[in-house]
Ligand binder design. Sequence first.
Ligand code: ZN
Length: 484
Amino acid sequence: MKRTILLFLLILSLVLAGCANSAQNPSGAPEPAEPDSGQSVYEYGEPNIIASNEGYLYCYLLYPKTGNTDIDKTIYDWAYSVYTDAQEELALLYEEDTALEGEINLQYNAYLVRDAYVGIEELGFYSHSHMAHPTNFVKIFNIDLTTQTLIENDKILDAAREADVLALLRGKILERYPDMTANVEEMDGEWLENIVLNHDGIDVVLERGEHLPSAFGLLTFSLPYTELGAAFILSPASAETPITQTASFEAVLSETTTPPPAEPAPETQLALPPLLMQDGFDPDKPIIALTFDDGPSKVTPRILDLLGQYGARATFCVVGNRVNSYPDIVRRVVAEGSELIGHSWDHKQLTKLSADGIQAELVKTKDVIYETAGVSPLLYRPPYGAVNNSVKTVSASLGLSIINWSIDTKDWKSRNAESVYQAVMSQAADGGIILCHDLYGSTADAMERVIPELIARGYQLVTVSELLSASGAPIEAGTVYYKR
Ligand code: ZN
């Protein structure tokens, strides 16, 4: 008991030390979350993922599955080609350099436009050991929901008015970069290759270094529907009121709902990790921690239901930029006694980032977790489990401990409930940390057997904080833990 109190104080001091260095001060009023504009529908469709963390390629490609077979095939084929192209290139390089490492990361934003269209913007980067700078790339998919088809660019903008659109774009570029007069003197249709439908207008995305200096990075310029005028020709085929003119488009836009009121700030100022005080815990019985990475997703509630059914807890390692898409699920994790920790903001391999980059990934994620669920995690899981001295140093300065795993289900690879079940049951051991992903239905299927059978074998299913606390040894910031 005394040891538990000491541990409590230690953890409290870690929290305070960590917070002093972080951008946010939890003892003050939290900054209100950015009000959701209501237009971003990141959760459009089911997030699907092509993942790999073996060998020389670290890959995390996120893309939506819309439910329409043709559209989904087009999107999947493109995402898969990103993966296989990199795989092929790296396989050749690997023959020469077995220390080679490559990474591809792909995220998407989806925008719902007056319930008639969805614009999907896939933003990626690709890098490997022999590259001086990562390559950024973008791919746009605009969907007409009424006809369930992809929309070609020439159905969005009138080709005959291309010069008008380019003049508008030129104006927007010069507004932001007045020195670029020479660069925008001669523009052609290629500047309008990546256009994504958004709520108020068309976003033109320019790839890094493609038309403007690469130091500017990837650029997005918004061309409002009101300013595009007659150049904007899109009209949903089967909409009751065809929209052929900007005016009527605006009228429909203005009917869209106002953003929901911001959530009241959570009252909890500091959430301490649950110590070994939870009901029924027996220090003499074996413990094991299930961890779920890459969520939250639509699969997460199934896993929470199962945990609740068996009185078990787990740890959910959430990707920061997914939290605002599923705030209720994130709050539910905490409300039901499971642990919520970060897994970076957008799943970049932290070992490839500068110290500032690592800090930004961790702080942003900690902040969105705090703003959404009112807890300040003391632990996090790095993407791919990748850690180096820089990651450890930054983690220590933020008061964060690093959690990896001792049992890998490789559920992302097999997507097969039986394989996941076998992987857990064959490797389960006292004090173990099990790696799963709450992205796959097959993982949730596996949990239907894994959770009751682990309990039947005498395991107590605890959170990672509980598991680490059980050893009685201090949990140190900046240290990597694989098991108790
Ligand atoms: Zn992950």
